[in-house]
Design a protein around this ligand. Structure first.
Ligand code: SF4
Length: 263
């Protein structure tokens, strides 16, 4: 499937952040996950979840690169796992802050109540929410449990953004989800189609108003929120990437490009 993906060549802007990609087993099994789509790529073969920060491969080089490239934000994320599963997360956040850098977290939120303290030390948080329906969840992310998002959103102190991947399974739910997010005081939502799948026919609510472009992606105003239709192929955003299993540091925004080469 990945080999059929093709994207136009886009000129990327200056790097504004670095993705810190942890690697290991996840507490969900999403259909659109790289672990499902390309399980054999070398970057997914390790497990960095039990490795102390100082022992992660090329970690000093990564922080050096951040300084050289004048990057101020580190986004803690997972290539095939959730960063809240990293056993040295507190240490990692401390190291990042000690370098004078800001720390962002991208998480599925399922461990919120166990990890609330460290989540609230982040400088911003984005939650990946694919559905609020337990039947859809079973089909799309491999679990029929939906966390208490009302409580989670209320108890999260840093600014929150929601990321939602649009798939055939959840496309009819997206607009109701937007209404829920708005009712919970969420201010920013990013919607993107699942990479490597057939396109879905998603249409924003009719009263969503286009307001601007952000990195070449259209942003709409809807019920007090900014809703971005994110296209990973054409966005001009750029980032540095660190892979915690292999220690690779590279600047391509689209990890898929790397993965395709190595298939
Ligand atoms: S939560 Fe993220 S890392 Fe985990 S299975 Fe889903 S897409 Fe993959």
């Amino acid at each position: 499937m990945l080999k059929e993906i093709s994207c136009p060549t886009v000129e990327r802007k200056e790097k504004s952040f670095a993705n810190f990609n942890l690697v290991g087993p996840c507490n969900l099994s999403c259909k659109f996950c790289v672990a499902t789509l390309a399980p054999n790529i070398p970057q997914l073969q390790g497990n960095s979840l039990n490795t102390p920060v100082a022992e992660l491969p090329n970690i000093s080089m990564f922080f050096q690169r951040l300084q050289e490239d004048n990057i101020g934000w580190v986004m803690l994320t997972g290539l095939n796992t959730d960063p809240l599963l990293y056993n040295y997360l507190e240490d990692l956040v401390e190291v990042i802050h000690n370098y004078g850098l800001k720390c962002a977290l991208r998480s599925n939120g399922y461990l919120f109540f166990e990890k609330k303290e460290i989540i609230n030390k982040m400088d911003k948080v984005s939650y990946s929410i694919s559905t609020l329906n337990s039947k859809t969840a079973k089909d799309l992310i491999g679990i029929d449990y939906i966390p208490n998002w009302k409580k989670i959103l209320k108890q999260t102190i840093p600014p929150v953004k929601i990321n939602t991947v649009i798939c055939p399974e959840n496309v009819t739910e997206i607009n109701n989800m937007l209404n829920f997010f708005s009712s919970q005081g969420v201010e920013r939502v990013a919607l993107r189609e699942a990479f490597g799948f057939e396109p879905v026919n998603y249409i924003l609510p009719f009263d969503a108003k286009f307001i601007k472009y952000f990195c070449d992606n259209p942003v709409f105003s809807y019920k007090g929120m900014e809703v971005t239709l994110w296209d990973v192929c054409t966005t001009t955003v750029d980032s540095l990437n660190y892979i915690a299993s292999t220690g690779e540091i590279f600047s391509e925004y689209r990890l898929w490009d790397i993965m395709k080469q190595e298939e």
